[in-house]
Write a protein that binds this ligand. Sequence first.
Ligand SMILES: [Zn+2]
Length: 85
Amino acid sequence: MLLITCPVTRTDELVADRRIRSVANHPTHIAVAIECPSCGGRHVFRTGRRWEDRRTELAARATTRAAVQATTAAAARAARVRQPA
Ligand SMILES: [Zn+2]
């Protein structure tokens, strides 16, 4: 049994092993294709330490980028306010 969240209905579903359509082993993760009991579609779920590490790294980088952009925008606004009319 697997617990998934259907990306279509956003519901959590317990999925029987017989609904697994394929399992692919990749260098960074394992991809499991599942026939969804909720929406009837086929979803691919990826799992694995290196896959999670990469996602965490990308999320941290995006957070840093957003913080830098916010700081830069605030500095630009401050600079504009200081300009003489
Ligand atoms: Zn689904």
